[in-house]
Write a protein that binds this ligand. Structure first.
Ligand SMILES: [Zn+2]
Length: 190
């Protein structure tokens, strides 16, 4: 078996403590592209790290006062980067609720996949997101597969992501095929 792959950690200032009694029992999948339709990770990484140059592109100006993050980002090539430690509360879901429980940030882990509403997600994103979810479920056993859901499910009036390009059937197949969960995370690499 190959050595575990250490996920790079880029610290985000956009997080807070979870409520004391919170049990992490859900994963929320998202899609993001900055600027819209562009799949480089740089602006997304900058946004989550609080370093975004809002003047760099005209449509980034709207993000000036936006403080957001996710625990993980999955790039188009499947590379995973972590921004917030999972015991901490990342700011990804906003106003949200699932099965009568409000504020999903309190009890969920957020994964942003680079993508939009027009182009298919890559096979590497299905594979690596599934692998990451398997690892997270091992670390947080209260997360069941039916509690891996979309941002659009927990905030249906506000959010579209991960959207119609994300195939939950394809994700389930990738998830079923994951044997090796050789990822190490939550340990800063820097
Ligand atoms: Zn989202």
């Amino acid at each position: 078996m190959s050595a575990p792959k250490l996920i790079p950690f880029l610290p985000s200032p956009h997080y807070s403590a979870r409520p004391e009694q919170a049990v992490i029992d859900m994963i929320v999948l998202h899609a993001i592209s900055l600027p819209d339709g562009h799949f480089s990770t740089q602006y997304v990484f900058d946004l989550f790290q609080g370093n975004l140059d809002h003047q760099a592109q005209p449509n980034l100006a709207a993000l000036q006062d936006v403080q957001v993050s996710a625990h993980f980002v999955v790039a188009r090539n499947g590379e995973i980067t972590q921004f917030v430690h999972t015991p901490q509360r990342a700011w990804h879901a906003g106003e949200s609720s699932w099965q009568g429980k409000h504020d999903c940030n309190d009890y969920s882990i957020g994964i942003e996949m680079i993508g939009d509403e027009r182009q298919s997600f890559s096979q590497q994103q299905y594979t690596e997101t599934a692998r990451l979810c398997r690892c997270l479920m091992q670390k947080h056993p209260q997360i069941q597969q039916n509690r891996i859901i979309g941002h659009q499910d927990v905030a249906p009036t506000r959010k579209w992501d991960p959207g119609k390009q994300w195939s939950w059937a394809k994700f389930s197949r990738s998830f079923a095929h994951i044997q090796q969960q050789n990822l190490t995370f939550d340990r800063p690499s820097i």
